[in-house]
Design a protein around this ligand. Sequence first.
Ligand code: URP
Ligand code: ZN
Ligand code: ZN
Length: 478
Amino acid sequence: MKTVISGGTIVTASETYRADVLIEGERIVAIGTDLSEGADRVIDATGKLVLPGAIDVHTHMDMPFGGTTSCDDFTSGHVAALHGGTTMHIDFSTQPKGGSLQDGLDTWHAKADGKAVMDYGFHMIVTDARPEVIEELDSMVEQGVTSFKCFLAYPDALMVDDDTLFAVMERASANGGLVMIHAENGQVIDTLVKRAVAAGDTRPGFHYRTRPAALEGESTERAIALAKVADAPVYIVHVTCAEAVDAIARARAKGQKVWGESCTQYFYLTQDDLDRDGFEGAKFVCSPPLRTEADQARLWEAIRRDELEVISTDHCPFNYEGQKTLGRDSFAGIPNGIPGIEERMGLLSEAVWEGHLTAQRWVEVTATNPAKLFGCYPKKGTIAPGSDADIVVWDAEATHTWSKETTHSAIDYTCYEGMETRGVPTHVLSRGELMVEHGQLTDAATPGRGQFVKRRPFEFERPGEFVGPVEARETAHA
Ligand code: URP
Ligand code: ZN
Ligand code: ZN
């Protein structure tokens, strides 16, 4: 099957130019002019952008957490993602406490097998670090799971101590793994939460009041210091505040192998949403919490200055009815996590219109850098001959009003109800197959067609030399 996407403007991380894209089977085989002759199918992209399918490297599908389970599985989550222009994600498999990493990986493979509509990979959350577990990290890398997450938050659930984190970092330094950190000081937060609840301060707004930015900054600094001693590359997930960005920027300027991501919600929502009337604020409970407008400004600056490399979603949806309401009596019982896998590209398209970032940077932080940092570039994350034909035709001028009625996650709300954004995907292709056309899922988008992507070890690890996924490092050294 030969498909041509004709007449569109290709946007990659490094270039913007008008050309046709020829796809044969699952791959892009040529980029050029007038390639439509002999094609089985021509998608007219005149006046539209042609983007690499977006990659979301931070999602939690079907994840037991906070006394319940996130409500998207690998089918509903993928359908939502595809509607929004995302064609691959990396989900977090979890080591069961006291169990092996392999147990966790097998469990997550079973969740995705037969259900996945688009391609996916796995990170591994390490919850304890017995010597045999640390040895097992090598086997994860061999199986294409080349990134390990440690939580410095959520005591009694996922949190690990500094010894565990350091052991994971040292092994990753040797085996090519990338260590991902949820950076918040879980123990002090626990004290603040208990104190608030005891004082009767139980409404959702106390979620952010008990998780101050200073404790994210402290934890980020600590993780970066441990990574330096272990000589391990480190990636700080869901950065929300100036304190954490500044810590990352300082370490990068000194040449340390540190990368950071933020997530859509931290650019578009604030702690005021947690203070909405009644129990509405529960819809916005995620950790770290939403912050202030000043933090948002620092995050945009960090994206423009290449101090943060990725914008993902931390898609972890819990229904309002029956799940968020578990915390009606106290914010401490609200499951942490919000949806966003469908909304990300549309909201960030609006950000391009608003001048927060260029279209090329938008592609870079949502597709190219994720693929480079997580070992699947150039199979994914760009438009080039040989790459998988994961492609999105994007009508940058079409407007969309976000509503629960028109989103596709299994969740019963969207955080962006009523918000209008500019930019809509008209065609979404996964490995050459058309998945979504003008907002309609096609018959080709079937559960089970999605493939596990075995990722390569981390590649930017030459000792003493900072080689990041973006070339402009000299300025950081200056
Ligand atoms: O609130 C969040 N972020 N829930 C998902 C788990 C995590 O911390 O990443
Ligand atoms: Zn986290
Ligand atoms: Zn997460």
